[in-house]
Design a binder for this molecule. Structure first.
Ligand SMILES: Nc1nc2c(ncn2[C@@H]2O[C@H](COP(=O)(O)OP(=O)(O)OP(=O)(O)O)[C@@H](O)[C@H]2O)c(=O)[nH]1
Ligand SMILES: [Mg+2]
Length: 169
């Protein structure tokens, strides 16, 4: 409601529409068990076979304090493209892995890692920077517009600008 006072959202006199929302994203390879997980959580029996989710599948589960929205995005190859779009929009990511599917575990691992940005160490390895042995100096700097780290308030772009000035002067 419009008259709601900020900070009082968790009082015990909430009406249903004022209940807070929690968002959970459920990802994993096709057939990993995402839809089954959502069904079982909503008190439905699991299905026998694997019926692929072509798009999204969601359930809303009310709890005492908030409503939990669980959103599954299908795991088929063409849908994995969309996974990344949602990861930063949710409170929790559940990544479902089929423990019996040994063969595809590396794929699951790869898809999970694709959801995260690479660390600087990983970037250095992936780009093979340590293998560049030319006369050039090679720098790898984080150019994120976000602050460069807990120790620094400045965005990474400022660091790069400073380095550029240093190299050019
Ligand atoms: N034995 C066993 N089978 C399971 C378990 N969880 C899921 N399954 C089976 O594995 C299959 C998984 O199917 P879904 O839950 O539809 O898989 P999904 O991850 O939603 O797949 P997509 O929607 O295609 O991405 C179904 O046949 C389930 O019956 C489990 O814990 N144990
Ligand atoms: Mg599914």
């Amino acid at each position: 409601s419009c008259s709601q006072t900020p900070g009082l959202k968790r009082s015990s006199h909430l009406t249903l529409e004022e209940l807070e929302q929690r968002e959970v994203l459920v990802l994993g390879l096709d057939g990993a068990g995402k839809s089954t997980f959502l069904r079982v959580l909503s008190g439905k029996p699991p299905l026998e076979g694997h019926i692929p989710t072509w798009g999204f599948n969601s359930v809303r589960l009310p709890t005492k304090d908030f409503e939990v929205d669980l959103l599954e995005i299908g795991g088929s190859q063409n849908l994995r493209f969309y996974w990344k779009e949602f990861v930063n929009e949710v409170d929790v990511l559940v990544f479902v892995v089929d423990s019996a599917d040994r063969l595809r575990l590396p794929w699951a691992r790869q898809e999970l890692h694709k959801l995260e940005a690479m660390s600087m160490v990983e970037m250095q390895q992936e780009l093979g920077l340590q293998a560049i042995d030319s006369q050039r100096e090679v720098f790898l700097l984080a150019a994120s517009i976000a602050p460069a780290g807990p120790s620094s308030e400045e965005p990474g772009t400022v660091h790069i600008w400073k380095l550029l000035l240093e190299l050019l002067s």
